[in-house]
Design a protein around this ligand. Sequence first.
Ligand code: HEC
Length: 153
Amino acid sequence: MSKLKLTIPMCVIAFTLSTGTQAGDFDSQIEARQSWMNLLGYHSGILGNMARGRMDYDADLATASAKNMALAAQMNNASMWPMGSDMSANDNTVAKAELWQNFADAGQHLSDLASATKTLEMNAGNGLEALQASMKAVGEACSGCHRQFRAKR
Ligand code: HEC
């Protein structure tokens, strides 16, 4: 972001300051929620690699990653999604404005993720097949929300 801002001509900066900043107001919230997503992505990457045979199955590691995903899914991160922090007014996010018009749907995807990761946590250490079986619902919870509320980069 800082690199981008340096390239903005001075007149634009003056304009932005005099009219009250739009972009930039929500940087910390956007960064935090993307970090949260990356944490989920990191652990689901490990589990996905094991499930697809790209990495040896390891019951302890699978259990740890599944538990971390379940914990992350239970966090109350509502403060990371303030009104106005969508991609129409901020260029560092791909969260669609629709998310704020359908907050109940977003909550449903999140509770789907919470229950799918709970099941995953219980099963991930019980062998490769059990891991594979319980990853499916997790993947669906992620992609269900992404299809509806995340734009392509
Ligand atoms: C409640 C809806 C929802 C759920 C559930 C969800 N995501 Fe996301 N995800 C989003 C949105 C919206 C963005 C875009 C965030 C932004 O750019 O501000 C995103 C972005 C991401 C990103 C990119 C982060 C970045 O650096 O820009 C990754 C990786 C990701 N999600 C992984 C996952 C994984 C893995 C799961 C499931 C384990 C998951 N997400 C579940 C809504 C969701």
